[in-house]
Design a protein around this ligand. Sequence first.
Ligand SMILES: *Cc1c(COP(=O)(O)O)cnc(C)c1O
Length: 384
Amino acid sequence: MAERTLAGAILTIDLDAVVANWRLLRDRVAPATCAAVVKADAYGLGVDHVAPALLRAGCRRFFVATGEEAIALRKLLVDASDQQTEESAWPVIAVLGGVLPGVEAMFIANDLVPVLNSLDDIAMWSAEAGKRGRPLPAIIHLDTGMSRLGLPPGEVDVLATELERLAGIELHAWMSHLACADEPEHSLNRQQLEEFEAALARLPPAPTSFANSSGIFLGRAWHGDVVRPGVALYGGHPHPGRIDSEPNPMAQVVHLEGRILQVREIDRHRTVGYGASHRADDRRRIATVAAGYADGLLRSMSNTGSGVLSGARVPIVGRVSMDLITVDVTDAPDAAVYPGAKVTLIGDDAPIDVVARDAGTIGYEVLTALGRRYHRVYLGGAAA
Ligand SMILES: *Cc1c(COP(=O)(O)O)cnc(C)c1O
């Protein structure tokens, strides 16, 4: 991480906003439980800051993608908890990618809950429980339409008729995952719910977990007992296709500012950047800003993205290069355009979903691409 004074760009992450977003979702889904998905370094924002802040706010269930992330998170949460944490308040860490053969002991030693994604996974975990002579916790994932992870329908049928396969498994939840939750009108949302409910009716009772961030906004029928929001905690709009018509209920978490390194006037017809992909149609003022694709400003924002300088929108002109972008600051107030001035690249005036749309991608990718070279500032997150 760069020193603030030396940094070309400054990334500010508002932990109070993350906590406010978690509380908003928690209140919305009550009496269901609100977990937090903190995989991929809390979507690029820094799990070592985000997870302790959520723990202090009362979050007791966390989801990560891999065993490695889970073990690192367990250390973080142990360090962040006070000594008197009651057994019942011990945070649960679930691993979406499941338990690969050979790492069972590490899962058990770190008190991790694997998501079992196949009959083979179930057999392995059940055998491990048998070997240890005690039940082992797990979540079982039923595939209802993602065709990515989870028991496919054929395996659900087998499980439903051979329940002895669950021997030794302390079932934390039946889980499934929605494919189109961000499009509330999509027919797959109800279809998946019906397939999930039909499967549950043939299986032993246990808590259920279905909704991701957008799934929470589909309504109570999709909540089950434990919801698993990720991107909404970090300020993502639950309906990114409706950013122009629906206000975002989530608070903005990320603020990214890039410093101007140099300013120049260019004449009509002069081109800007690699590939000469932008040509000035008039005399223009161009500012060069110290952040590029190596910092996660996606190259697809070339000639489509924009920043904000003193309230004026300043379009990215020319290609995004590794360390630099060029923005047309002709319409910004003169006094705001000088070397060292900060252009907002993500913030209240440039929300991640708008940045993502300009880049032809989704907010998730914008967040997880955020680079390591920024000076990072964390706001808030103190004890609740
Ligand atoms: C990543 C993930 C989530 C969180 O999804 P968001 O859309 O970020 O809320 C929930 N469940 C599963 C299985 C995931 O992989």
